[in-house]
Structures are given as structure tokens and as C-alpha cells.
Design a protein around this ligand. Structure first.
Ligand code: AMP
Length: 398
């Protein structure tokens, strides 16, 4: 069965076509600069990348161009678009409505629209992507929405409520939702398989550390808590995002500088985090290089990241009454072994023992990095959100 996975942004459309029977990626790429000029990068498996620069006024044209490449006589990977059994769409926000992926119908589209306020940058683009596929694929091709928030919907109210007056929850749906859910679900399930354990028997802390970073506490096979909140700004400090700060800082800065709500939003989302602290970069490779050359603020940014990460993992162990497995994933979690080592070293008091021979130098591979006698297993599991979306799509349409 062939499943097309689509991840639409406001001016882009990333895609991967899977043969889900064996997990192979048949082709992948990205349509960029939609509505500006238009550039399609298309990479069929085992063949050279193709770059097409052509007018792409909207997402419908972009999807049509992607499909044209998939069936192209020279570098296509299928003979007809009817071979695409279903399309799985990454959708940022499903609000409080969906705890699982769903086949798209009018009600689902209404929910995605109702959540525009909660995901103003992503949800409108995600819906445009769905409607573009509906318009250009053969009628009846199922579209599946896979929500970034869904996995976290099992959190109990004590974990997702904010201590604002209750009517703010009732009127405006202000609560913790959490993000990266597809990744947290995928790596937490995968680690149980990898260790040969029953998923429901494990207390797992998943650390998705990338440009955006979040943690999840998973017990009895369900998410109990997660570090991102109403928006992806909460939790650990990130590439350019503040993570948790004293909320009173926002009106404080506003009164001192006269910044508008939008300017404050930009400050906290785009100019803060390890970039804001270091003044060097949001990229951990640049930070590590600068720190090794004696840049103190780059070192401070790295120290803050490790310290805050330690506190979140420690608090989730307390919340679950212990932890059996810690999983590292995403760009930093899979590659930056100093960060893994730093967090784990701080957790030695809980019986976490990392093995430098297994950890140091390990990049992007599934592996146990704790010692045999560590009370807590520490494992690296590369995330694969696109494959997870394809698998969830297949499960729903089969
Ligand atoms: P992500 O958002 O998951 O793509 O993660 C991006 C972050 O991972 C950046 O801060 C990178 O510096 C970091 N990273 C560290 N090592 C690597 C690597 N070998 N490949 C990709 N990303 C890396």
C-alpha cells in the first residue's frame, strides 16, 4: 500500500511517498516558496534529485506538481496517482477534540478551522494542504489528519490545567495541549519494542530535543504530562524560544519598552532561547564550537539547556513515581552526546548510569547508552515522524 505523507506550511509543502508494506520511502521532497515564485525539490529513491523552478501560486498547484513528478515517465515512482491509497497530513492542533488520528470529513475540517486561534501559523496551512489534496487526487482518496497534540490528550486535568480563573479554560480553551505528539508516541512505543518490554508496563520519559524541544512522561502506555503548553513556547529553553519564564516578565517588558503583543511574541519565539543567550546561534553545533573556543555565553546557553532538561526529567520521574526508560530523540537528542551525557550525569542520584563507551560519538542510531547495571535504561531512538504518520494513516484506512 502506498501512502503519501504531507506536511504543509504557509508557503511550503513537504512530502514523502511510502510503500508502507516495507516502510520504504519511494520519493520525497519539498515544494517551497508557494505564492511567491515556486521551487520543487523532488528526490526519487536511488535516483538523482530533481529541482524545478516554476510558478506555484497556491498549494493546489504545488500538490499537482508533486503528483506530476510521482508519475513522471523518467523519474516517477508510480504509474498512476490512483496507486496512492491514502494521504496522511501532519496537523498541528486538534485542540481538546482528538486524541487519535482521524479520517478527514467536514467535522474534522471544522475542528481544524476552530483551532486556527490555537495554531495560527500552522493550522490554516494544514487545512489548505488537505483541501488541495482533495481537489487534485481521485475522488474518494482518504485523507487522514494526524495531530501533533493528539498523543497528549490522555493527560489528567491536574497536568493540563493552568491556575487561571476557571472561566478562561471554559471560554477560551486555555490549557496545556503539548506538541511533537507523533514523535513522542512513536519513540515511546518503539523503545518498548526495542527493549522487548510491554509498552503498558513501562514508565518512560521521552526527550524530543531539536530546534524545538519537548519532554513527555508516559505511563501505562499513556501520556501523563508534557512540557510544551497552550503553544510550543513552553518548557525547556530552545533554539530561539524562551521556554518557561516567569509570566510576569511579559507585562514587565511591555511596560518598560512599549512593545506590542506581536512584538513580544516575536521576541519570545524567535529571538530568545540559546540564540538569545549566546548571541552566537540557535544551532547546537555552532554553540558547541563556540564554547570549545572559550565563548562563555555559548557555554552558558548549553549549561542552561542541560540544567533545565535535568529538572524536567527529574520532575517527570517524581510525577510517575519513578522511571524505567529515558529516550533521547530528534536532532540534538540523536546526535549531541554531550547533552545526553550532561543530563544523565545530573540524574545519577536516581540510579541513571550512562556508559561513555556507548554514548560518546553515537549519532542517529537506535542504541542503549546506559550501563548494564543502570537502574534506568537510557536509549537513543531516532524519531521518524513521517513514517509514524504513514503508519497511523494505514491503520485507519485498512
Ligand atoms: P531538529 O529540529 O530535530 O532538526 O534538530 C536541530 C538541532 O539538532 C540543531 O540544534 C542541531 O545543531 C542539532 N544537531 C546536532 N548534531 C546534529 C547532526 N549531526 N545532524 C543534525 N542536527 C544536529
Amino acid at each position: 500500500m502506498k501512502i503519501l505523507v504531507i506536511n504543509c506550511g504557509s508557503s511550503s509543502c513537504k512530502f514523502q511517498l511510502f510503500n508502507i508494506d516495507n516502510g520504504d520511502v519511494l520519493a520525497k521532497g519539498n515544494a517551497e516558496r508557494i505564492g511567491i515564485d515556486g521551487k520543487l525539490t523532488y528526490k526519487p529513491a536511488g535516483k538523482d534529485e530533481v529541482v524545478i523552478e516554476a510558478d506555484m501560486p497556491d498549494h493546489k498547484v504545488a500538490v499537482t506538481m508533486i503528483l506530476d513528478q510521482l508519475v513522471d515517465k523518467d523519474h516517477g515512482v508510480i504509474s498512476d496517482v490512483s496507486e496512492i491509497a491514502a494521504v496522511g497530513h501532519r496537523v498541528l492542533h486538534g485542540g481538546k477534540y482528538y486524541s487519535e488520528s482521524v479520517i478527514v470529513n467536514d467535522d474534522v475540517k471544522k475542528v481544524i478551522r476552530d483551532c486556527f486561534d490555537l495554531g495560527p501559523l500552522h493550522n490554516p496551512a494544514n487545512l489548505i494542504g488537505i483541501e488541495a489534496c482533495e481537489a487534485v487526487l481521485p475522488a474518494g482518496t482518504p485523507q487522514v489528519a494526524v495531530f501533533d497534540t493528539a498523543f497528549h490528550q490522555t493527560m489528567p486535568p491536574k497536568a493540563y490545567m493552568y491556575a487561571l480563573p476557571y472561566e478562561y479554560y471554559e471560554k477560551y480553551d486555555i490549557r496545556r495541549y503539548g506538541f511533537h505528539g507523533t514523535s513522542h508516541r512513536y519513540v515511546s512505543r518503539r523503545v518498548a519494542d526495542f527493549l522487548g518490554e510491554k509498552y503498558e508496563d513501562l514508565r518512560i520519559i521521552t526527550c524530543h530535543l531539536g530546534n524545538g524541544s519537548s519532554f513527555a512522561a508516559v505511563k501505562d502506555g499513556k501520556c501523563q504530562d508534557t512540557s510544551m503548553g497552550l503553544t510550543p513556547l513552553a518548557g525547556i529553553c530552545m533554539g530561539t524560544r524562551t521556554g518557561d519564564i516567569d509570566p510576569a516578565i511579559v507585562p514587565f517588558i511591555q511596560k518598560r519598552t512599549g512593545m506590542s503583543a506581536d512584538e513580544l511574541d516575536t521576541l519570545m519565539n524567535k529571538q530568545s532561547g540559546v540564540q538569545g543567550i549566546s548571541g552566537v546561534s540557535s544551532d547546537f553545533r555552532d554553540l558547541a564550537k563556540a564554547a570549545s573556543e572559550g565563548n562563555e555565553r555559548a557555554q552558558l546557553a548549553l549549561d542552561m539547556f542541560v540544567y533545565q532538561g535535568t529538572k524536567i526529567v527529574g520532575s517527570y520521574a517524581a510525577a510517575m513515581g519513578g522511571v524505567d526508560v529515558i529516550v533521547f530523540t530528534a536532532g540534538i537528542g540523536e546526535n549531541t552526546y554531550d547533552v545526553r551525557a550532561g543530563i544523565c550525569k545530573n540524574l545519577e542520584f536516581m540510579g541513571v548510569k550512562i556508559d561513555p563507551a556507548k554514548n560518546d560519538g553515537l549519532r542517529g542510531k537506535e542504541a542503549i547508552i546506559s550501563t548494564d547495571d543502570s537502574k534506568v535504561k537510557v536509549v537513543v531512538i531516532p524519531t521518524n515522524e513521517e513514517l509514524a504518520i504513514a503508519q497511523e494513516t494505514e491503520a485507519l484506512v485498512r
